[in-house]
Every structure is written in C-alpha cells, then in structure tokens.
Ligand binder design. Sequence first.
Ligand SMILES: Nc1nc2c(ncn2[C@@H]2O[C@H](COP(=O)(O)OP(=O)(O)O)[C@@H](O)[C@H]2O)c(=O)[nH]1
Ligand SMILES: [Mg+2]
Length: 223
Amino acid sequence: MRKIESEPDETQMQNFQIIVLGSRMAGKTTLISRYTTGSFTSNSSPTIGMGYRTKDERIDGSMVNLKLLDTGGQERFSSLTRNYYEYAAGAVIVYDCTQENGLKDAKYWLEQAETHTNYGTVTVLVATKCDMTEERKVDPEAGRALAKENGVEFAETSAKTGAGVDALFRYMAESIVKLKSNFHGREREDAVILHRSASSTTLDTDCPCPRQIPGQRRNGCCC
Ligand SMILES: Nc1nc2c(ncn2[C@@H]2O[C@H](COP(=O)(O)OP(=O)(O)O)[C@@H](O)[C@H]2O)c(=O)[nH]1
Ligand SMILES: [Mg+2]
C-alpha cells in the first residue's frame, strides 16, 4: 500500500498519463486525434510502438495536462509497456462496435489492464465507431454489461461525429483529480472506495447517433 506525502499545489499543472488500449484498427489513434485536434482523420496509418498526444483541461479551477498514450494494439507485454501501465492514472479500453469479435477483444484488454495497472487506475470501456449504425455488431447493452461485470465505466463514442469523445476524456480527468485528492493522508484502497461512493460524475449515455433527430442535440453530442 502506498501513501502520497504532500498536498497538491493548486497553482501548478497536474500531469496525468492515460493509456489507450485495444486491438489494431479499433480506433485508438483516431479517438485520441479527435479529442486533441477536434477533427476526424479517416486514414490514420498503423501505430508502431507507442505514440502520445497531450491536451490540457481545466478541472475545478486547476489545470490538468493529459498525456494520452497511443499503443499499437499488437505489442506483447514487455518491460517497456509495464512502465506505461504502471504510471497510467487512467486506462481507456477501446473496442470496435462494428466487429463481431469486438467484445472478445475488449475482454482481453480489460484483463491486461486489470493485471498490469495499479489499483485505483480510472478505467473506462469505450465502444468506438458508433456512427456506423448499419455495420454495428455489438449493442450498447452488451458493452455496458461487460463494463459492469468488470466494475468500470462505459461510454459509446464516434471519432467521426465527435459523439461522446470530449465527455469521455473530461470524465477521465475529473475522476483522476478526485481520486488523487482523496489519496492525501489515506491508503490507496480507502481512496478508491471513497472516490467510488462520492463520485457524482456519470459518463454512460447511449450514443444518440442511431436515434438522430434533425436539428436537435442531446447529451452534448455533436449529432
Ligand atoms: N466511421 C468511423 N471510422 C472510424 C472511427 N474511428 C476510427 N475509424 C476508422 O477506423 C480505422 C482504424 O482506426 P485507427 O485509429 O487507425 O485504429 P487503431 O489501430 O486502433 O489506432 C481508420 O480507418 C479510421 O478512420 C469512427 O469513430 N467512425
Ligand atoms: Mg493506431
């Protein structure tokens, strides 16, 4: 069990790493790019090794820098990736909802995160490509059930329309900040329990794309 010694300095930027995990072509690079640049890139080339992008968020008056680690999706677990997992304050597990094996893949990456991240890492299961309604193979309910089974939050996103993307990373930032502030003077396990019971932020909203109503916005979605 670890203790964190000092109180955070409100005037300083807090830096947090979030590892984005999932199979190749699940949409990791595109999701990160959508969040950090605000636009959709349809032909991102495969990620070799580990890349990253950063973005600042203001949470309750203090600045937070999120470093989003983009993994290739095919790397074997190594001493190099161990470091990335260990230092991650958050983990985003991405699966492609247009693939039959999307949930099977998600289970694998949830296991990886569960095994290799620290206790107290804020983890969210994320369905990508929810704009592709005709091609969808995994219902939101199935994703939500898997998330619940694993005790993590769930979100549906589309990097193409932007649905759910900003909300996802803001949720991560807010949850990490709350969790870290609970750590002070407490054992890590207590902080997590306290965070869970005190958390007012909710993330899970169905992607409204399939029920698109022209001219109407729901849940902060771009549709
Ligand atoms: N329609 C649609 N296509 C997407 C979305 N996200 C990713 N893609 C496409 O899926 C492919 C794989 O995405 P990429 O981010 O490279 O996957 P990665 O291997 O997990 O990094 C690319 O052709 C993307 O343009 C999305 O939300 N909607
Ligand atoms: Mg990639």
